[in-house]
Design a protein around this ligand. Sequence first.
Ligand SMILES: [Ca+2]
Length: 410
Amino acid sequence: MTVEPIIIDTDPGVDDVLAIIFLLLSNEVHVKAITLTHGNTDLYNIKRNAVTLLHVMQKHRESVNSTISFQDLPVLAVGSELPLKSDSIYATYFHGSDGLGEIYKQGKYTAPPDWENQIIHQAAQEEALYDNDDPCQHKPFKTTGRDGADEILYQLKQAPPLTVSILAVGPLTNVALAYQRDPVTLSRVKRIVIMGGAVDSPGNVTSMAEFNFRADPDAADIVLSTSKGFQATPKGYRDRVSLVTEGKKAPIHVTILPLKAADNGDISVQDFEKYVKPLDTPLAVFCNSFLEHTFGVIAKFYNADTLPVYDAYAGFLLLDMIPDKGDGSTTPDFDNNWKCQYIDLHVETSEQNTLGMSYYDKRPETKKLLNGCPGSTPNNVQVITEGNGSRFRHLFMSRVFGVDINVDQQ
Ligand SMILES: [Ca+2]
């Protein structure tokens, strides 16, 4: 089995935390770096949640007698505090002011007391750990002096071209900055899988816009534009390999899981209460500490009894796409379980009422006109329109909590 190196760009956040845990427990991928962005809350709280979560993962490993070498730990890189141009918005109405349902303030969970220091890069100390690695001694992540965008570029430079994927589950500021700083190096990415956008559906933060795109519309539009000229064909793949091998910019395979398709991955509150709430494993204790708040928000504001876990579902999509080189070849797990279409998708960046809205020209003749017109290469974003939520729920609950939910009843 080929293990895919990945970078998670994220704003933890309830479903981000679930996504990160899920992927750290997935042997199909190796999480090389976690790059943090503003988003669900401000960067201070995002950092605290990330450090706390990675300590929980260390506790989990101890509880199952598993160790990880220092080299294999993810790098935790602090990224953008603000969107590229627009004003900040946060999703604290859903995630709580701390991003995790007020767990710290209410004493439901405690962050490591020195968490802020832990994130500061300790070059000499970490250098020593490479030579004298004692898994009981080291911290649960590596630090870096690079910011989020530079860390993305660094990871892509270290690996062979078209081997590292990015899972972007927050506002896209870091990824857009990486492209602006060095489009040639970002072209080395195998694929960018994004949770974001409301395509042919209402938004969730405004009637038109999905949160991640609305929280940095300019960044979202830049990242979608990197798909310009992308072709999921054997020739398209060969051309991309040639371009990146020659050190040139190439079209990027951009896949988005928009709201309408993401909703299908929701997990029932009933399943969490039945299977997860009684558990006392480190992962369940941590997740239970914030999920109670989320369930309250879901019931009160949305009159719903299912938990949206969009970011974790996007992680699951990434797992199903690993065997796909982006050359149009089919893979059973993807073809049997996902539906998609390639669209010239853009993001509104100037009109306040529709800021962050994803849009495309629906007139059938436009595609033909664009294709015949030099210099007007359209974006070519792979938009997921449908997925198999039952498979995800089963795999997620068994991998993260070790429980077997009855998928037949989903
Ligand atoms: Ca997120």
